[in-house]
Design a protein. Structure first.
Length: 322
C-alpha cells in the first residue's frame, strides 16, 4: 500500500529527532578475584621480596637412646630462603579537555569513570597473574619485572602428564618455566592422588580447589558424587542436581570453585589461603601525570608480588585436557 502524498514521516524528520540513549552503561564481565581475596596482605620493602620456610625431619621410629649415654649433637640445617619479584600492574588514562566537559550519557566525568574501571581491570590482571604459569622475571632497564604465578610457586604436590615438570626452588625466585607435558583427561583418580600427596605433606588438605568451568563440569561426573539425593517437601517441585560444590574426601572437606579466568586452562589448584599472601610494594593508587597539551593524564597502578609461606600446603594438577 502506497503512502499518501507528502506525508511527513519519521524518516523525513531525521535531522531533528532527539536520540534515545539511556543514562546507564552496562558491563556484565565478572569482577570477583576469589584467589587474591582469599590470600592475606603483606608489605614488601624491596622489589625482590624474600621469606623463609622450614620443615620437620622425617619421623624416626627408632629414635632410642642408651641409658646414661653421652649426648652428641646432630647436624642442623638453616631455613630455606626463597623469593619472588614484584610486578607493576598499571594502566594510564588520557582524556581530552572536551571529552571531560561535554555532556555525556551514563557518566559525569570521563576520567573518573575510566579510573574506576581501570581499578577493576588491574584487580583482574593480578588474579590472572596469580593463576598463571608465569615464571618470575627480575627485570632490567628494558625488561618489565614479573611475579611468579602459582604454576611455578607450587612444585611439591604436583601431578603432571607425560614429561611435564615443575622445577623446585629452594632458594631465590621461581624463574624456571614449567616444562610442557602431555594433556590427559581429568579423573577422580588423579584428583584423589593429589589430595593424598597434600595430606602426606602437611597432615591436611587445602580447603579450596579452583578449576576451569569445563573441569568443573567434568568434576560433577565423578562417581563419588554421582548419586545425590534431595528431599522434596510435599507440594514442592523437584530440583535437578547437576553439580557439586563440596567434596568430602578421606582427608577432609573441600570447596570446589569454577573460575572464569581459568576458562581454557589445563591446571587445577588446591589452595590453602592461610599460607598465601599478596605483598604490596605500592598499593593501589592513582597518580596525576603532567599535562602535555589539551588533555588530562592519570596513571593507576599497584606494585605487588605473591608469596606462599608453605607451598607444601597446596597442590597443582597440570596437563589436563581443557
Amino acid at each position: 500500500m502506497a503512502l499518501p502524498t507528502n506525508v511527513y514521516t519519521r524518516y523525513t524528520a531525521a535531522t531533528n529527532v532527539r536520540e534515545d540513549l539511556i543514562e546507564k552503561i552496562t558491563m556484565t564481565n565478572p569482577e570477583d578475584t576469589p584467589v587474591v581475596s582469599s590470600f592475606g596482605t603483606a608489605t614488601a620493602d624491596q622489589n625482590y621480596h624474600e621469606w623463609q620456610r622450614d620443615s620437620l625431619r622425617t619421623p624416626n621410629k627408632d629414635n632410642a637412646a642408651l641409658d646414661g649415654d653421652d649426648a652428641t649433637g646432630t647436624a642442623k640445617t638453616p631455613p630455606t630462603r626463597v623469593a619472588n619479584y614484584c610486578q607493576i600492574f598499571q594502566d594510564t588514562i588520557v582524556t581530552s579537555g572536551r571529552a571531560e566537559v561535554v555532556k555525556k550519557a551514563g557518566m559525569k566525568s570521563a576520567m573518573a569513570y575510566h579510573k574506576a574501571k581501570a581499578f577493576k581491570e588491574l584487580q583482574r590482571d593480578m588474579e590472572a597473574a596469580l593463576l598463571s604459569n608465569n615464571p618470575a622475571v627480575a627485570g632490567s632497564a628494558g625488561v618489565a619485572p614479573k611475579t611468579g604465578g602459582l604454576g611455578v610457586l607450587i612444585y611439591t604436590n604436583v601431578s603432571h602428564g607425560g614429561a611435564g615438570a615443575t622445577a623446585a626452588h629452594t632458594s631465590g625466585a621461581p624463574t624456571t618455566a614449567v616444562t610442557a607435558g602431555t594433556n590427559r583427561t581429568f579423573t577422580e583418580t588423579i584428583f584423589k592422588a593429589s589430595l593424598q600427596a597434600a595430606y602426606t605433606s602437611t597432615g591436611k588438605v587445602p580447603m579450596d580447589v579452583y578449576m576451569s568451568p569445563s573441569h568443573k563440569e567434568t568434576f560433577a561426573t565423578f562417581t563419588g558424587i554421582a548419586a545425590n539425593r534431595v528431599n522434596i517437601a510435599k507440594g514442592k517441585q523437584g530440583t535437578i542436581v547437576g553439580g557439586a560444590d563440596i567434596y568430602m574426601s578421606n582427608y577432609g572437606e573441600l570447596s570446589i570453585h569454577p573460575h572464569y579466568i581459568m576458562a581454557g586452562s589445563s591446571d587445577v589448584y588446591g589452595l590453602n589461603g592461610e599460607y598465601g599472601d599478596v605483598a604490596y610494594l605500592r598499593g593501589f593508587r592513582t597518580k596525576k601525570l603532567g599535562p602535555t597539551g589539551d588533555s588530562e593524564k592519570e596513571q593507576v597502578l599497584a606494585d605487588a608480588t605473591f608469596r606462599l609461606t608453605s607451598e607444601t600446603a597446596q597442590f597443582k594438577i597440570a596437563n589436563l585436557t581443557p
